[in-house]
Design a protein around this ligand. Sequence first.
Ligand code: SF4
Length: 311
Amino acid sequence: MFGYRKIAADVLPTTAYLMTGDRCIYNCGFCPQAQNALSRPRFLSRITWHEAGLEDVAQKTAYAYAAGRIKRVCLQVVSDGQPLSEIRDTVCTIKRFSDVPICVSVRIKNTDELKFIVQSGVDRITIALDAAGSYVYRNTKGGSWNANLDMLYTAADLYPGRISTHLIVGLGETEEEMINILQQMQDRGITSGLFAFTPVPGTPMAGVTPPRVDSYRRIQAARYLMEGKLITASQCKFDSGNLTSYGLTRAALKEHLSGGTAFKTSGCPDCNRPYYNEKPGGVMYNYPRELTPDEISEAVNSILDNLEEES
Ligand code: SF4
């Protein structure tokens, strides 16, 4: 897309994903950028990030935006101790060449930091929760889930409609915990981007199995139905943490999911993250494009097969 390297791609990104920063000072067990990870440093999830100069990237981004090839820039900030002014300078450089909407995914510690980033000219801020609950957070990231959650809520109150979060399915949470936190995000007006845990060589969680696809589909569907106000988490039923009912008839559920949107990549507007969690030809956790009728049927049937919904 930017002309740095020719690659085969069946789906192009609708957002330009940029990463800034060196080795992270934190130690998330799933992240190849973590301080103690032995992964090659240019990885994030299963993606290798090409190195390039900022001005050049900003110019190429502006060109791609003007040509309608991208609709947003996503700046993933690795917490390497860089001052916030560096993030502001990066945003300002991109903005010098175009008015492309920019979201910044960054660890924020207080409202002063939050306001500083917003005032740099970004459209949205993403504060990644990653984990669906405090014990999962403690086990996989370390630190305080509650403090991060409080920061997220404060941000949502200060900047309504401009805050996103990331949630990773498969870190050890139950479907019930994930669906409940998705409902809380929905209630606070926070946009959730769902990710499937992806084991990356060189990280402490390299040997952990990714989530089952039928479980991921149930959570995607719940997210979609809650976002559309078609259900709430409180009307769902669970057995030992596994979803057994959305509180809908099978016919209603099929009807609501028939367009396939539930199974597409979720997150900020125009974020499709092609193959961020998926190997080409492997399981498509998040579809970066419209689904085919067969793909929709397969996804919906994998949900219906495991539910107690009434006919
Ligand atoms: S949802 Fe997409 S665009 Fe938004 S911060 Fe996450 S990866 Fe970036």
